[in-house]
Design a protein around this ligand. Structure first.
Ligand SMILES: C[S@@+](CC[C@H](N)C(=O)[O-])C[C@H]1O[C@@H](n2cnc3c(N)ncnc32)[C@H](O)[C@@H]1O
Length: 246
């Protein structure tokens, strides 16, 4: 659900902008070893127009990704829109970090897929605020776990929080924005239009078929082949996709 829904947003963005002949950009915060650019270069037969695809992550991740790409001819061929930027997102963010190819006037898609959860609440707020202020036309797409407004009455969220803490994750940001509503409000401080869907909604609600079609739901269901839905439902209800637009 996570990949299919973010892919739908990305595909639509590339479709609309690749034919315009004008520059456009995707910025992926905490991109890690994500392969979305390569998959879409392949899907669009490299006809993606004037796209710049910025990926930001820690220096050691970026260096390793660069090494992998440099050692594989096919990846190197598909990577010409890619700008790999080593950066600690807990530090102050400003336009120049993205280099000369960044254009604040160009239509922009931001992807923060399981990234904001690792940042301090303040750094995440600053990134969201920078995006809302600095970019002319932007869609911010984030995907992260959520807990609950009332941890005492949600044992699944409590266990999730304990698991994150056991793994040494700083959970202050999660506790500051623990629910769907508080996350919506976080983005509404900086964007005029914000929608949010839990992974459970992405799997079942007719209102989210523009992100995950009936056919894709069937395919995921066949691949996962679950016969016990109770735990999946609880898990899926604790992950949230946000789509904020300006
Ligand atoms: C769970 S991974 C998600 C990777 C990718 N977005 C995906 O969905 O496949 C989180 C990524 O965020 C990066 N990250 C976490 N904290 C960061 C920070 N302060 N600055 C830059 N990157 C960070 C990690 O290095 C990691 O690559």
């Amino acid at each position: 659900m996570r990949t299919v829904s973010i892919d739908s947003i990305t595909r639509e963005f590339i479709k609309i902008n690749s034919e315009s002949g004008k520059a456009y950009q995707i910025i992926s915060f905490g991109a890690g070893f994500d392969t979305r650019l390569f998959r879409f270069m392949d899907e669009f037969n490299m006809n993606i127009g004037d796209l710049k695809y910025f990926e930001l992550d820690f220096n050691h991740i970026i260096e390793e990704k660069r090494r992998i790409i440099d050692n594989k001819v096919t990846l190197k061929e598909l990577s010409h829109p890619l700008r790999l930027i080593p950066f600690n997102l807990n530090e102050k963010f400003y336009n120049e970090i993205l280099g000369n190819d960044f254009n604040p006037q160009a239509p922009t898609l931001i992807i923060a897929e399981c990234c904001l959860m690792y940042l301090t609440a303040e750094s995440g707020d600053n990134l969201i605020s920078w995006t809302g202020k600095s970019l002319n036309s932007v869609t911010f797409c984030s995907f992260d776990p959520i807990l609950s407004d009332d941890l005492n009455s949600d044992r699944f969220a409590k266990t999730m929080l304990n698991n994150f803490e056991k793994r040494g994750l700083d959970t202050k940001a999660l506790l500051e924005y623990p629910s769907k509503q508080s996350t919506l409000n976080r983005f509404l401080n900086h964007f005029p239009v914000v929608d949010a869907f839990t992974m459970l909604q992405l799997e079942r609600d007719a209102s989210t078929e523009f992100l995950v079609s009936k056919q894709q739901r069937r395919e995921v269901s066949i691949k996962t082949a679950l016969d016990e839905y109770e735990e999946w439902n609880m898990l899926a209800d604790h992950y949230l996709l946000v789509i904020a637009k300006k």
